[in-house]
Write a protein that binds this ligand. Structure first.
Ligand code: HPA
Length: 267
């Protein structure tokens, strides 16, 4: 197996297309914590495989992250690749496995990457638990970057404005906000949450930013959507736990699935 992460993604894309019998994909969706049940609304399943059947993917480590890849045909006739779960930086495999799915999807043809996540809400004054928020930008506090070397990728519009406009055609009232990415796996301290609010953050989580950067490096358009599963630590005095995050996902899965399906059909 090659050490070059880009060559590894090319190998994985070839293996993927062979395994699911699809020649090229139009769009890829990464389903974060709590989002996996929403995948069922996106289209007819063509095939589904464990990520570990393909080169370069780490086995799943988190409950609620299924570690499978589904090839789907949407109502509008698009081929969608759905990652049921993702690899996080806190799993300790390094940054390349975190973005391997996105790189693989782009090499398999996907020109649009939809990144979903569960997030803590930093603005409980205006946000509700169970609300989906469009990611307008991010602050990457992971200390990592998927790009090595002097490749200066422009991130002015890392989350494609046209795709956000398209979501608002479906859901005009949807708010947008800045996603602050931490490495995790601890949830933030209340002081970190207060810092994020001062920095201009609206949501906080442990994923998405690195994948968005890799997608932009690969030339894909990016749509990011956070499901607010809890107020950020210390904002309401309740302790946080992963079960609560998954429960909000289950409660909102149908609504989120319908939203994603409408958006994908408009692409
Ligand atoms: N912080 C970080 N990640 C999260 C949170 C949070 O409050 N909620 C869901 N994922």
């Amino acid at each position: 197996m090659t050490n070059d992460p880009y060559a590894l993604a090319t190998d994985a894309a070839t293996a993927l297309k062979g395994a699911v019998g699809v020649g090229s994909f139009d769009v890829a969706l990464v389903m974060g914590s709590g989002w996996v049940p929403a995948a069922d609304a996106i289209g007819e399943t063509i095939a589904e495989i464990p990520v570990t059947d393909l080169p370069g993917f780490a086995p799943p480590a988190v409950a609620g992250h299924a570690g499978r890849i589904r090839a789907v045909r949407t109502e509008s006739g698009k081929n969608a690749l759905i990652f049921l779960g993702r690899t996080h930086l806190y799993e300790g495999h390094g940054v390349n496995p975190v973005v391997h799915g996105v790189r693989t999807a782009i090499r398999a043809g996907a020109g649009t990457v939809v990144l979903t996540n569960a997030a803590g809400g930093l603005r409980p004054e205006t946000q509700e638990v169970g609300e989906a928020v469009l990611i307008s930008d991010h602050i990457n506090l992971t200390g990592a970057n998927p790009i090595t070397g002097a490749t200066f990728v422009d991130l002015t519009d890392v989350y494609t404005p046209r795709l956000r406009d398209l979501v608002r055609e479906v859901e005009p009232s949807m708010a947008e906000g800045v996603y602050v990415a931490f490495r995790g796996p601890t949830y933030e301290t209340p002081a970190e949450v207060r810092m994020c609010r001062i920095l201009g953050g609206d949501m906080v989580g442990m994923s998405t930013a690195l994948e968005a950067v890799a997608a932009r490096e690969g030339g894909a358009d990016v749509l990011g959507v956070s499901l607010v599963t809890n107020p950020g630590a210390g904002l309401v005095g309740e302790p946080l736990n992963h079960e609560e995050v998954l429960a909000v996902g289950r409660a909102t899965a149908t609504r989120m699935g319908v939203l994603l399906s409408k958006v994908v059909n408009k692409l």
